[in-house]
Write a protein that binds this ligand. Structure first.
Ligand SMILES: Nc1ncnc2c1ncn2[C@@H]1O[C@H](COP(=O)(O)OP(=O)(O)O)[C@@H](O)[C@H]1O
Ligand SMILES: [Mg+2]
Length: 326
């Protein structure tokens, strides 16, 4: 049985800056089912982190959720008080970030920081919290958990710190884990280990994961469903199989072409020409227009609505379906 855990509906998150309104998340809708891993992919500056922070209600001035809804098990998170949100965050929904050093407090031991989450959300004694924390540190693949409990963040490697962040995020067995570029700051072997760990944990806890990355290879390996974001908009979404077999937005095709392949070590990697536009006062046209290889004058007549490709596969391109990743 499919169960909708999270529903993001027409979400708009804007930053009201001195130079204009930055439409970082611009009318985005998608759904996460229980047990599903949804990948969000796109170049830097496309609105992926702002989206994650919006779900966690972590957007701060001058940013604001300007419109839309974030429904968690049918309940609109936007309507909750800060106190209610604090109960949900870290408990039912938790998040891990790219750079664990920014989320770990340097003056407390990592064990105490994990235990703190349990003390906040669970009715546990200090001793129970310590025992559970040692278990969690073991779960994320760190040997000699007792010793690591009393370590400070700077005493651990980047990979170990990310494992600690994962342990902290798992402390209350959340139903939804949001991982924002969790491996980007790590070297390749450690990246693979962390992704493997996330995969195992997902199975064990039957959680849903929103996995944010700029790396389509990570999506292919980890996700069930993928959302391609460009300049604050969803330009394509579908099951990983559908999107990889039949990419239907030229941006997705470009991303796929720029993905490194094992057999092309000596070739120069393709990059999509141009760059993500600034998100202030974008014209009411396809945001990808300037960089698109198949654009036509009709693409300037407003942002294209989503066309159904097949099943749950959609693309926001007026030529969707007519071009393939040649
Ligand atoms: N505090 C802020 N003030 C103004 N603009 C912001 C702020 N935070 C993010 N943005 C803008 O929102 C857009 C999306 O950013 P972000 O979500 O971080 O992108 P991504 O995670 O996809 O790299 C960018 O254009 C960024 O400059
Ligand atoms: Mg980001």
């Amino acid at each position: 049985m499919k169960e909708e855990l999270l529903q993001v509906r027409n979400l708009c998150t804007y930053f009201y800056t001195d130079t204009g309104v930055v439409k970082a998340v611009n009318d985005v809708s998608f759904m996460v089912e229980r047990g599903q891993t949804v990948g969000i992919v796109g170049e830097s500056g496309c609105g992926k982190s702002v989206m994650a922070m919006s779900i966690m209600r972590l957007i701060q001035n001058p940013g604001k959720i300007a419109a839309g809804q974030v429904l968690f098990k049918g309940r609109d998170l936007a309507g909750l008080t800060d106190k209610q949100i604090r109960r949900i965050n870290g408990d039912r929904i938790s998040m891990i970030f790219q750079e664990p050093m920014t989320s770990l407090n340097p003056v407390f031991t990592v064990g105490n920081q994990i235990a703190e989450v349990l003390l906040l959300h669970r009715n546990m004694s200090k001793r129970q919290a310590r025992e559970r924390t040692v278990e969690l540190i073991t779960t994320v693949g760190i040997p000699r958990a007792q010793g690591v409990f009393d370590s400070y963040p700077h005493e651990l490697s980047g990979g170990m710190r990310q494992r600690i962040m994962i342990a902290m995020a798992l402390a209350c067995e959340p139903e939804l884990l949001i991982a924002d570029e969790p491996t980007t700051a790590l070297d390749v072997t450690i990246q693979a280990q962390i992704l493997e760990l996330l995969g195992e944990i997902k199975k064990q806890y039957h959680m849903s994961i929103i996995l944010i990355t700029h790396d389509l290879g990570v999506i292919a390996e980890m996700a069930d469903y993928v959302i391609v974001m460009y300049a604050g908009k969803v330009v394509e979404r579908g099951s990983v199989k559908d999107v990889f077999m039949n990419p239907s937005h030229p941006y997705t095709c470009g991303l796929l072409k720029s993905k490194p392949q094992l057999d092309m070590e000596n070739e120069r990697l393709y990059t999509i020409p141009g760059q993500v536009p600034g998100l202030i006062e974008l014209p009411d046209a396809c945001h990808f227009y300037d960089r698109c290889e198949i654009r036509s004058s009709n693409c300037k007549k407003g942002f294209p609505g989503e066309s159904l490709i097949e099943g749950s596969h959609f693309a926001a391109c007026i030529k969707a379906g007519r071009h393939k990743n040649e």
